[in-house]
Design a protein around this ligand. Structure first.
Ligand SMILES: [Zn+2]
Length: 275
């Protein structure tokens, strides 16, 4: 198995997914998971204030008590998907034994977390995966997508149903094995991170030097052809446009690339699946 530094192992995902699902079923069996209620159940106090750009969320351990700081700098109210995710992420640091014990023992000081999926720190990746699993428990998601052909509409539906961001939804969807997808996040031509389903056929991106987005792709057209976009529908790309190929028969395999753009941040999120 190829080790991707932007993701955790399938084995660890399974453990975290089971832990999250256990918590979701224990307290929110037939309802929507509310991380605010969960914090109350565990006796963790929270505060919601403007802390500038220093973090999105932070779990602090002081004299036997846990407290979560939530930054209001980029969100308006506490039920926004972004803040729900931040809180679920911090609850992950509390609920994952290794994270909580490290905090308790003072091995790792309370550390700032950011809700932008840009970290390649294992502890952060674990808390992110836990958060998406808590907000979208696996068995519920499997029911939602059962026997449905994959399209980006499904992701939008799930995100609306569970009040999660598109990125958090994609990360969870990629892990359930219903349909193999790859998610690639690039900023200003550079690939920042990527994640893929265990059964996605290709694992190596054929990037340009400095890990830049390959030209002949939908994301590439945005970066190299004056912001050209393919919005609201998937673009056709070939396996060789994105991936390193080792077998002749893989050339010409058709893939869909669906992009979400942010002009302001020079950001593209590409979702790729065969079809
Ligand atoms: Zn964190």
């Amino acid at each position: 198995m190829v080790k991707n530094k932007y993701d955790i192992t399938e084995f660890r995902k399974k453990e975290l997914s089971e832990l999250a699902e256990f918590v979701a079923d224990e307290y929110f069996q037939d309802t929507f998971v509310c991380p605010h209620r969960l914090a109350k159940i565990y006796g963790i106090s929270t505060s919601f204030n403007d802390y500038g750009n220093s973090f999105d969320g932070l779990l602090e351990h002081k004299t036997g008590k846990f407290h979560i700081y939530l930054n209001s700098n980029k969100v308006k109210h506490i039920y926004e998907p972004r803040l729900r995710f931040t809180l679920a992420h911090e609850l992950g640091h509390y609920l994952i034994d290794e994270h909580r014990n490290a905090l308790r023992l003072g091995l790792s000081p309370s550390h700032p977390s950011f809700t932008n999926f840009s970290s390649d720190n294992e502890v952060e990746l674990e808390a992110d995966f836990f958060a998406s699993s808590l907000l979208i428990p696996k068995s519920r998601l499997l029911k939602d997508v059962y026997r449905r052909k994959f399209s980006f509409t499904i992701i939008e539906e799930i995100a609306a149903k569970y009040q999660t961001s598109i990125t958090a939804t994609l990360i969870k969807f990629a892990s359930i094995g219903n349909h193999p997808i790859m998610i690639i996040c690039s900023v200003d031509k550079k690939i920042k991170w990527f994640k893929y389903s265990a059964d996605f056929p290709f694992k190596y991106i054929d990037a340009l030097p400095d890990f830049k987005v390959p030209k002949n792709t939908s994301a590439g057209r945005f970066f190299y052809e004056n912001g050209e976009k393919c919005e609201g529908e998937a673009d056709l790309v070939y396996a060789e446009d994105w991936f390193k190929l080792y077998k002749e028969e893989d050339y010409g395999r058709h893939f869909n690339e669906y992009c979400i753009y942010s002009d302001k941040n020079k950001f593209v999120l590409s979702v790729i699946w065969e079809g």
